[in-house]
Write a protein that binds this ligand. Structure first.
Ligand SMILES: Nc1ncnc2c1ncn2[C@@H]1O[C@H](COP(=O)(O)OP(=O)(O)O)[C@@H](O)[C@H]1O
Ligand SMILES: [Mg+2]
Length: 400
């Protein structure tokens, strides 16, 4: 008998779809960023005075996800850094993703680290941390760009005190100068800020509009030209990926993910060309991952509700009334030793599941008995099991 792994390995080794898969990775920054020429130029214009030793204005960048904000910012700053090195100007870039570093302490520690200083402290007050940060950073003459990407995450978690301090920092520095580049996907973010922070952070503003389908097509074609082997993409594949991503508010990340995953599926199957069928499969895979991830991070009672929906559907009927569902939910919750939530709370949770595309709630007429709301599960049993089974509290119930 042949070892199934042998044939898998030989399929993968002989696969000829990708010339350079790494170039399709979401964090790869291409040198070519079509349809962002205006933003690149504007950003470079704002930041260029740093090359002559003066501090550029702080700048605030916003636009929906996948519009190239991170890629363009990193690209332009790298160019400026390179130029600075050439002409002997000390420029440093501190890139911080506030979604991962969402405490003031982490942001300051990371800022220090990125200019080659280490702050060996824990358990200090924020103002003490800040004081030490100022001293460390000011130890030599230099210009620092502090990029605070997804800065809304920091403010939502800890308020805008850290931002306030940072926007004032130049008053306390004598040798170093800092410019802040704030980036956000949350278009309403500015409204949450203290007006003083807002005006200081938004000295300059740059908007990244969503890409349309034909712009996405250009972006994909150019990236595919280096990442894929010649003649491995069926004619309509790039068009389909672009059209699907254009529906997702023009998200270039989604377009790239679709194309990359389609290529991976084709390779796994040992196919020599990526087809529309592979794109459809990729779309389902991405959608599934999204749902599984959303459910995984839900609170326990929402998970119990989803499980109850599944159990109701298992009887062969297409869902159940909200009353039946609530009764079943209570039974399951009690069997786990939990106090059930009120019917009203559950009703809210049902609406939430409906909005997320996990459940489908519709009002049906029951003739002279009036109208009732019938709820059913809109995801497959397989996806549901995958989402719930690694919660140890639900594991045994899901297996039944
Ligand atoms: N104009 C473009 N050309 C090529 N790739 C792009 C372009 N715009 C975005 N991308 C790619 O799309 C993905 C998402 O872009 P990103 O800059 O992370 O978006 P944002 O930060 O606005 O959410 C990244 O992999 C990026 O390299
Ligand atoms: Mg980004």
């Amino acid at each position: 008998m042949t070892d199934p792994l042998d044939s898998l390995f030989s399929r993968v080794l002989s696969a000829k779809i990708f010339a350079n898969r790494e170039m399709m990775r979401p964090d790869y920054i291409p040198n070519d960023l079509p349809h962002r020429e205006d933003q690149i130029l504007k950003l470079a214009e704002i930041l260029a005075p740093s090359l002559k030793g003066s501090r550029p204005s702080n700048i605030f960048i916003y636009g929906v996800p996948g519009t190239g904000k991170t890629a363009v910012t990193k690209y332009v700053l790298k160019k400026i850094e390179d130029e600075g090195r050439k002409i002997g100007i000390n420029l440093g870039v501190a890139y911080i993703n506030c979604k991962h570093d969402d405490t003031n302490y982490r942001v300051l520690a990371d800022l220090c680290e990125s200019v080659g200083e280490r702050i060996p402290f824990t358990g200090l007050s924020t103002s003490e941390v800040f004081r030490r940060f100022v001293n460390l950073v000011d130890s030599s003459e230099r210009m620092i760009f502090a990029v605070l990407d997804e800065v809304d995450a920091l403010v939502k978690k800890t308020g805008d005190k850290a931002l306030y301090d940072l926007t004032r920092i130049n008053q306390r520095l004598s040798r170093t100068r800092i410019s802040i580049v704030g980036i956000t996907n949350d278009l309403k973010f500015m409204e949450y800020l203290d007006p003083r922070v807002r005006s200081s952070l938004g000295e300059e503003e740059l908007v990244f509009p969503p890409y349309d389908a034909s712009e996405l097509e250009d972006i994909l074609s150019r990236r595919a030209a280096v990442a894929f082997n010649r003649n491995t993409l069926e004619g309509s594949v790039i068009k389909l990926c672009s059209a699907l991503a254009a529906k997702e508010h023009g998200d270039a990340r989604r377009a790239l993910d679709l194309l990359r995953i389609s290529g991976e599926i084709a390779e796994r199957n040992g196919d020599t060309k990526v087809t529309e069928e592979h794109v459809r499969m990729a779309q389902r895979e991405i959608e599934k991952d999204r749902v599984v991830e959303v459910i995984r991070t839900m609170p326990l009672h929402s998970k119990i509700l989803i499980l109850s929906l599944y159990l109701i559907g298992k009887g062969g009927s297409k869902g159940g009334s909200t009353g039946e569902l609530y009764d079943l939910y209570c039974t399951v919750a009690k069997s786990m030793g939990l106090e059930p939530l009120t019917q009203r709370r559950i009703s809210d949770l049902i609406n939430e599941l409906d909005m997320l595309g996990i459940a489908n709630a519709k009002v049906v007429s029951k003739g002279r008995y009036g109208r009732t709301k019938v709820v059913s599960l809109s995801i497959s049993a397989k996806n549901l099991k995958e989402s719930l089974q690694d919660d140890p509290r639900l594991e045994s119930l899901v297996k039944k």
